[in-house]
Design a protein around this ligand. Structure first.
Ligand SMILES: NC(=O)c1ccc[n+]([C@@H]2O[C@H](COP(=O)([O-])OP(=O)(O)OC[C@H]3O[C@@H](n4cnc5c(N)ncnc54)[C@H](O)[C@@H]3O)[C@@H](O)[C@H]2O)c1
Length: 282
């Protein structure tokens, strides 16, 4: 029998107060890791860390601030002597706008939150990982970075940029045994949509069920993605099971990015063809 996948490891997870990041932090602790949960949402982050017990701790981090990210890495290393896994996951969707309406400030803010933050995470994780002889860096991308129509222009462009940053960093850091991969969610039932719509409090919490129902038909698999679907994949990327995997996108989207399903017209044509074949005795 094998033991927990991350026994004795130290991990830092950003955006850990909610949704995918919260599920990743929870799974990592269950798999034996010590986890520093980082987020701007102090209330939820502190509560989750308390729930997870002594292997978890919360730190307020705004991932758009380089000093915050550097400080969090320093805390993890100081406390545990090492950093084995860095999960750059914090994010928000931003407003849907037509391309000729996108303000420069919104574009820059999206890139600072979704892409520059990943650079900071990689940049500051390298030294302790080199010192420890290796590590795993994970960035949360999105199907919106691979296909059109899944997010606003700035969001999709920033997530696409994450994929390329991960690839170039992965190649540079491979000799140090530092692996860098992008975890790519499809539609996942979290607070991200409600948050983008400006909801707060109970209404924001309730929005997750509405999003879950809406997402049932987004992808070939007839259910919404759940944060734990992504957390299971993150455990794989963080653990030795993926020891020879680097520079890749691990897409967890129920088939959304593969292609569309047959349109209703095509289904009817195929049924007619099958009926004709039967009539002709084929
Ligand atoms: N839910 C989806 O359908 C979906 C799909 C594709 C990609 N993603 C990506 O997954 C990641 C997690 O999103 P989620 O769905 O779990 O959303 P969520 O809203 O449940 O969680 C996002 C967390 O990030 C935190 N955050 C936002 N800005 C921050 C900042 N500047 N510094 C630190 N923390 C910050 C929020 O406080 C929140 O706790 C994001 O990068 C998102 O773009 C989500």
């Amino acid at each position: 029998m094998t033991g927990p996948a991350l026994a004795g490891r130290t991990a830092l997870v950003t955006g850990a107060a909610s949704g995918i990041g919260a599920a990743v932090a929870t799974r990592f602790v269950a798999e034996g890791a010590s986890v520093l949960l980082c987020d701007v949402d102090e209330e939820r982050g502190t509560a989750l860390a308390a729930e997870l017990g002594t292997a978890a701790r919360f730190r307020r981090v705004d991932v758009t601030e380089e000093d915050d990210v550097a400080g969090a890495v320093a805390e993890a290393v100081e406390r545990h002597g090492r950093l084995d896994c860095m999960v750059n996951n914090a994010g928000a969707v931003g407003r849907w706008r037509f391309v000729d309406d996108v303000p420069a400030a919104e574009w820059d803010a999206a890139f600072a939150l979704l892409c520059r933050s990943v650079l900071f995470g990689i940049k500051h994780a390298v030294a302790p990982m080199r010192a420890a002889g290796g590590g795993s860096i994970i960035a949360t991308g999105s199907v919106a970075g691979l296909r059109t129509g899944y997010g606003p222009h700035a969001y999709g462009a920033a997530k696409a940029a994450v994929v390329q940053l991960v690839r170039s960093a992965a190649v540079e850091l491979a000799a140090d045994r530092i692996r860098v991969n992008t975890l790519v969610p499809g539609g996942v039932a979290t607070r991200i949509v409600g948050h983008g719509a400006g909801l707060t409090g109970d209404a924001l919490d309730r929005s997750v069920d509405l999003v879950r129902a809406d997402l049932r038909s987004l992808q070939p698999m007839p259910r919404a993605g759940e944060p734990d679907d992504l957390a299971a994949a993150a455990v794989f990327l963080a653990s030795d099971a993926s020891g020879f995997v680097t520079g890749q996108e691990l897409v967890v989207d129920g088939g959304a990015s593969v292609g569309r399903q047959w349109p209703a017209d095509a289904v009817r044509m195929a049924e007619r063809a099958r009926q004709r074949d039967r009539e002709r005795g084929r």
